[in-house]
Design a protein around this ligand. Structure first.
Ligand SMILES: N[C@@H](CCC(=O)N[C@@H](CS)C(=O)NCC(=O)O)C(=O)O
Length: 317
């Protein structure tokens, strides 16, 4: 089994999604706790610019975005499946909705003034201000719902989820699939990080019962790890050769007219649009791989999903 290093922090919803998937697959992993706001020098040494959380490191291979990390973990440990064959299409589409529309409605609800007061009330004013400024700067291309509109949308989404878990223990049947992990983490954030606002969950008791089943999955076997040691792991390792990459596909799919070997950047479409630059090594139907070099890590391969990311050629590169 490869050594899995998750770079994450406790209060991050997308990190909780990954911690639970690691638990569902009964995996052992190393935990590197990263800062919630910039600067993140050790994260950026690995990713080359990407600053969102979490990131999965396997030696000198760095996997960005939970959609791609879930694919990697499915490959590493196929059972129990995140994408059962009969639900392959619908579960991914549902998960994408949950990771975007549901997530942002929940966040706009959670970070209304009462939630912000709870999260930051006990911190020095400067820390709260630094967080607010960091998130404002990250919010490129993002339309934030106003709290009242977010509340209406969130209530509706919770009722819809309730209709699903009224029928069976998990969203699409007797077992969890990727849809459950994606829908759970924004609600987990409401319940655990902003308890004064968690009353919104009371109107749908079956959602609360489903959340308890999800929480019971646990986080697998976690061992604390140091970010400096993680950089050293990357520096000592060579990126895996193409045939051993923990990704399902390798065939080149050229949608941009950009040849492999070209110097490119990859940029998230919204929220945290710091780019990673490197040489395009793979552009498959599902993901991109860039090769880059950093004095602290040596040569690393950084992987991104296609969906949600912008690929550009570096002019003159
Ligand atoms: N699509 C990304 C979204 C990740 C994301 O937005 N993560 C939040 C934390 S839950 C984040 O990066 N916040 C800012 C930060 O941690 O720097 C994924 O699935 O990994």
């Amino acid at each position: 089994m490869p050594e899995l290093i998750l770079h994450h922090y406790a209060s991050s919803p997308f990190s909780e999604k990954m911690r639970l998937v690691l638990g569902y697959k009964k995996l052992a992993w190393h935990s590197v706790v990263v800062p919630a706001i910039l600067p993140k020098p050790d994260v950026v040494a690995l990713t080359g610019g990407y600053r969102r959380t979490p990131v999965l490191q396997v030696g000198a291979d760095i996997y960005c975005d939970t959609a791609l990390i879930c694919d990697v973990l499915e490959h590493v440990q196929p059972e129990p499946a995140l994408y059962p064959p009969a639900l392959k299409g619908v579960s991914r589409i549902f998960a994408q909705w949950a990771d975007s529309t549901l997530f942002w409605a929940a966040m706009a609800y959670n970070f209304q003034p009462k939630g912000t007061q709870h999260v930051f009330g006990s911190l020095p004013a400067a820390a709260a201000q630094a967080f607010a400024e960091d998130r404002k700067a990250m919010s490129t291309n993002l339309i934030r719902l106003r709290p009242a509109d977010a509340t209406s949308a969130y209530r509706s989404y919770l009722r819809r989820i309730a209709h699903m878990v009224d029928e069976h223990d998990y969203l699409f049947g007797l077992d969890p699939c990727i849809a459950d992990f994606a829908a759970y983490h924004p609600l987990w954030h409401t319940r655990t990080q902003v308890p004064p606002l968690a009353g919104i969950l009371d109107a749908t008791p079956s959602v609360g019962e489903w959340m308890a089943r999800m929480a019971a999955i646990g986080h697998g076997t976690m061992e604390k790890f140091d970010s400096g040691a993680a950089l050293e792991v990357a520096r000592r390792a060579d990126p895996l050769p193409p045939a051993e990459k923990m990704l399902v596909d390798s065939a080149f799919q050229d949608d941009h007219g950009i040849a492999l070997g070209t110097r490119v950047t990859i940029t998230p479409e919204t929220f945290g649009t710091e780019s990673t630059a490197g040489v395009l090594l793979a552009a498959t139907r599902t993901h991109y791989t860039l090769e880059r070099e950093d004095p602290r890590t040596g040569v690393v391969h950084v992987h991104f999903p296609r969906i949600g990311y912008v690929l550009r050629k570096v002019e003159g590169g």
